[in-house]
Every structure is written in C-alpha cells, then in structure tokens.
Write a protein that binds this ligand. Structure first.
Ligand code: ADP
Length: 603
C-alpha cells in the first residue's frame, strides 16, 4: 500500500492547491491560465489513479480489469498533456506571448492528438500482485518517450534563457525539472512504484508557493502597473519640457523680429528680411505642431493608410521640386536616379509615401552643408507587386555609430553641439519609421560620421493599369478668383479675423466679418452669403450652437458653412461634419486647403 499513501498525500496536496487557487482573485495572465489547467488535470489524474488502485486491491475481476486498463490509458494521456502545458508555461515566461508562442501551442497540441491516438493503439500490461498495481508495455514506454522529448525541449528553452536561471520564476522551475527527472528514473527502475502523480502534485505545490500564488502575482501585477504609470508620467514630463523648449525657440524669433519691425519701420530692406525670419520661424512652429499631431495620431492608432491609385512620376516630380526649393542657394548638387522599369501607375498611399520621402530629403538638406544629395528610386517587380526601393544619400555631417539607435526616437536630436543652429523637433524620423512600419515597409540607415548618410526604405506597392481621373488634378491647380462672391467670417478673435481677411484677399471675394455667433446670425438673416467660415470655440455661443440655431430657425438655410478652427486634434473633422458643417479647415489656414474649399463651394 505505499503507493496509496503517496497518492493520498498527493491528493490532499492537489485539492488544497485547487481550492486555494480557484477561490482567490487572480490576475488573468496566460501563464496563470496554463497553471490552472495543470493543477486541475493533476487532481483529476490522482483521483483516477486512486480509483485504479482501489479496484486492484478490492475488486479485481475481468470486468474491472478493463476499467483499470481504460483509466490507465487516460492517465497516460494526462502525462502528455501536463508536460505540454509545462512546456507552454516555461516558453511563455521565457519569451512572452509572441506569435511564436501561438505557433508552438498549435503545433504541440496537434502533435498531442497524434500521440494520444498512437498511445491508444499501443499495448499496455497491467501488473497486479496483491493489489500492487503497475503498468508496463509499449504504451507507457511511448508516453515516457514523448514526455522525455518535451522535457528536452523545456531544458533547451531554459538553457537559451540561462541568464534568467537565477531569477525568481526560474529557480522553482529548475528544481521541479530535476524532480521530474528523478521521478521518471525511479519509475523506470520500478514500474510498480506509482509516484509520478504525487510528484506532479508536489511540483504544482512548489509552483503555487513560489511563482503562481495569486496574492504574490497580484502584488507583482500592481508593481508592474505602478512602474508603467511612473514611466508614462516621466515620458509626459519629458515631453512637456521638450515641447516648452521647442515651442519657445521659434516663438522667440517671431516675437523678437516682430518687435524689431515695430521699432524700426523705415528701412524697407530690413523689414523684408525680418518678415522672412518671422515666416520661417512660423513655419517651423507649424511643422512642430503638425509633427506632434501626426505622432499622437499614429500612436493613438488614428492614422490610416489610405490606398488609391497614383502616378509615381507625379509624386517624384513633386518631391524634386520641393527639394530644389528647399535647397535654395546651398552649394549642393542634387542628383536623381530613377529606375526605368518603374511602373507608371501604382496603388498605395501616395501622400504618406511622399511624407516619408519629404522627411528624408529635408533632413539631408538640413544636415548637409555642401557636396551632393542623391535621391534614388529603383524597383523589384514580382507578379503585380512592385517593391519600391528609395534611398536618400548625402555628403552631410553624418551620424555617430553610437547615435544610430537613437535616431528614430521621439525628440531624438543628436549631436546638438553641431546641430544647435539647425531647426528641428526630433520628430521627423520617429514619424517616418512609424509610417514605414504601417505600410509594411523597412527603413535602414548607413552613415559615416563626418562623411555622410544614406537612408533607404523599401515599400511594396501594387501595380495597376491606370484609371486615374486627371480632371481631379486640374481643378486643384487652377488659379482662382471669385469676384462678387460673398463670404462671412465669424470669429471672436480679432487677430484671426484679420488673418482670414488677408488670406482671402487674393481671391477677390467680398468679405464680411462678425465677432460672435449672434452677430453672425443677424448678418445671415439680413444678407445672403455664398459661404460662411465659422469658428467653433467662441465664448457664449459656440460655432456648433450657432449653426444649429441657424438650421432650426431658418428653414431654408443652405449656405455652405465651413468650420474654421484651431481645434485640429484627432477626429475633429468627423465631429464637425457630424454636427452639420459642410467642411472643415484648420487654423493656421493653408493656402492649398483654402483654395480647395473656395473652389468647391464658390464655383
Ligand atoms: P529633426 O527635426 O531634428 O531633424 P529627425 O527625427 O528628422 O528630427 O532627425 C533626428 C536626428 O537625426 C536629427 O536631429 C539629426 O541629428 C539626425 N539626422 C537625421 N537625418 C540626418 C542626416 N541626413 N544626416 C545627419 N544627421 C541626421
């Protein structure tokens, strides 16, 4: 009966763990779930083996022999599943729930089905001498062999993670593997000594007391959550201090040069020069704000890749024109080299592709004093997919080896003692990398400090036949003038009204302004307008409320009304369209966007 005593102690041990584990509040991680399965299956196994033993001892007939046979087979299946669960458990705590983990789970569980089938077909002998049960034959040998293979895989995983071997999670696991090897050895030498189910129960107990105790896990989880919160907080603080610096730099220029304009307004040449500085600093500021919006949109998962058909040559021409304009008078040779085999029409997100290239080209222009910049586009075509390989090489300042890893970090501005006079936010490459990833592409950097850098991206685009509607493009290029068309601008901020009037001036429209929702409504009642540009965030009546009132009170209110607002965060456009606005334009007003609006509503 020593077998039964072993089992009884294993049974109480298992039942205790099951009760403690399942009655406590647990963190719901995958590893804990696996552990739950492990202890349940172990308890069921012990009960089965105890039933087998009792039958052998008290009532061993031809009929009950068959039952013992079946129970033993189930028992063996349990070993296969338990070792597999242990393998998954150890893999998960070693490498986390990656795709490889999912693959391993699928493969091993499918293999288990095969093993179980084989195990059922193989012969099994039951030894029963005076109630001392044991099993021999091909079935148990096969199962021990499978368990041994799993064990070897487990040991290999642990060796691969040798650095973790002395961590809290690995110590008990190492002990229990040793335990298992001893138990398997004892079992092989003496098949009538049934110790494996109890050993498994003790292993479960060791795991419970060390790494799977729900209370301990809960504390661990809380600590991790606190660490995450601390890190997020630190990132926020860093972000704010960075922002404060980055925003103040262009603002300093704007305020300084504007003051100088006021103080000394006689020298025309100086006025033009100061105004140019102001425009440049403003553009930097706008670029910074757009960058922040872009990166926060990407990080919030709010940027989508919108695929349409486009003509690659148009994109490239555009990029060349833009780069040449940015190069200005710099003594840099701008070389281009485009593969002849580039397909004419591609299907993908042309505007994001352009944004990626602009970022790389702008950087090469910024960080190169003289020499050359080479913009190269080649392609590898397979079936209907064209892999675009785009590189931007320069003979600029280059990047130190140790800085390459920091390139794609947010606000990662490098080599500041050299770059201090070059404007930048450190966001361009972070955005570029994120966009390339979103388009399932790759980006690599080669650089030699003091010699130059080369950024290469590869992105797959579909090849299409070309059904582009050329008329869409024509409309945008047209020079617009709309004499006699009447526009009402409603904005509480006088400065904004002035700016809007100024940017609308070249279009020869007739402008009326109102500085509140109520004033706007009054003007609309008394006069017909062709277009209303309506600010939203106004004290008293907001733009949205104003529009609502207009639509409720004037049954035939059909004047196109466009939200003109600095509220440019994620999802705002959708919000304004849902509120009944016909369109949306963000402040500061971009000329192209304004043209699009005027063209759409005043033609
Ligand atoms: P920034 O707005 O500062 O240019 P980016 O994210 O575009 O921000 O670039 C991050 C940093 O990488 C830059 O500050 C610069 O130090 C370095 N860098 C980027 N492109 C180049 C290049 N072509 N040559 C040398 N350094 C570069």
């Amino acid at each position: 009966m020593p077998n039964l005593y072993f089992l009884i102690s294993g049974f109480f041990c298992s039942i205790l763990i099951v009760i403690l584990f399942f009655t406590k509040e647990r963190v719901k991680t995958k590893e804990t779930k696996i552990y739950g399965f492990m202890i349940l299956s172990s308890l069921i196994d012990i009960i089965l083996v105890m039933v087998e033993l009792l039958i052998c001892y008290f009532n061993y007939t031809e009929f009950t022999k068959m039952i013992v046979h079946i129970l033993n087979k189930i028992d063996l299946i349990h070993y296969i599943l338990w070792v597999n669960l242990l393998l998954l458990y150890i893999y998960f705590i070693s490498f986390g729930g990656t795709k490889k983990y999912d693959k391993l789970k699928t493969y091993t569980l499918s293999l288990d089905i095969l093993f179980i089938l084989i195990e059922f077909l193989l012969p099994l002998n039951i030894i029963n001498t005076d109630g001392t049960m044991g099993i021999t034959g091909a079935a148990p040998t096969f199962v021990y062999l499978v368990a041994l293979i799993y064990l070897i895989v487990i040991i290999l995983i642990m060796i691969k993670n040798i650095k973790k071997i002395f961590t809290k999670k690995y110590i008990p696991l190492t002990v229990l593997i040793a335990f298992m090897i001893v138990a398997a050895f004892v079992r092989a030498v003496n098949p009538t000594l049934i110790i494996i189910p109890s050993i498994i129960a003790y292993i479960n107990l060791i795991m419970f007391n060390t790494i799977e105790n729900p209370d301990v896990k809960m504390i661990e989880e809380l600590n991790m959550a606190r660490d995450r919160a601390d890190k997020a907080n630190q990132a926020k603080t860093e972000f704010l201090s960075n922002m404060s610096h980055e925003i103040r730099t262009p603002l300093n220029a704007i305020v300084g040069f504007s003051n100088s304009l006021i103080e000394d307004s006689n020298d025309k040449e100086k006025i033009t020069e100061d105004a140019k500085y102001i425009v440049k600093a403003s553009q930097n500021l706008l670029e910074l704000v757009n960058g922040i919006l872009d990166i926060s949109k990407i990080e919030a998962g709010k940027i989508e890749i919108i695929n349409t058909e486009y003509e690659i040559s148009e994109v490239l021409d555009n990029l060349i024109a833009l780069s040449k304009a940015r190069l200005g008078e710099k003594p840099i040779e701008f070389r281009t080299s485009f593969d002849e085999s580039l397909p004419k029409y591609l299907y993908g997100d042309a505007s994001r592709l352009k944004q990626i290239c602009i970022n790389l080209l702008t950087n090469s222009i910024k960080y190169t004093k003289e020499g050359f910049i080479e913009f190269k586009v080649s392609s590898v075509i397979k079936d209907d997919i064209c892999r675009l390989i785009i590189s931007v090489e320069d003979s600029g300042i280059g990047i130190k080896n140790e800085d390459i890893d920091k390139l794609f970090e947010k606000f990662g501005r490098l080599d500041l003692e050299k770059n201090i006079s070059i404007e930048g936010s450190g966001l361009g490459l972070a955005i570029t990398k994120k966009l390339v990833n979103m388009m399932n592409g790759k980006i690599v950097v080669q650089s030699e400090y003091g010699i130059g850098s080369k950024f290469t991206i590869s992105i797959d685009q579909k090849i299409t036949k070309g059904n582009l509607n050329k008329n869409d493009h024509k409309e945008q290029i047209e020079v617009l003038e709309f004499p006699n068309k009447k526009i009402l601008i409603i904005d509480d901020n006088k400065l904004n009204l002035k700016v809007a009037e100024k940017v609308l001036q070249p279009f020869k429209v007739i402008i009326t302004t109102a500085s509140s929702g109520d004033e706007g409504i009054e003007k609309i009642i008394n006069e017909n307008f062709d277009l209303v540009l309506l600010d939203d965030m106004m004290p008293g009546k907001t733009g949205t409320d104003t529009l609502k009132e207009l639509k409720e009170n004037l049954a035939d209110y059909k004047t196109p009304t466009v939200a003109l607002t600095a509220n440019a965060i994620v999802g705002m456009k959708e919000k304004y369209l849902a509120a009944g606005f016909d369109d949306y334009i963000a402040k500061p007003i971009e000329k192209e966007e304004l043209k699009r609006i005027l063209n759409k509503y005043l033609k």
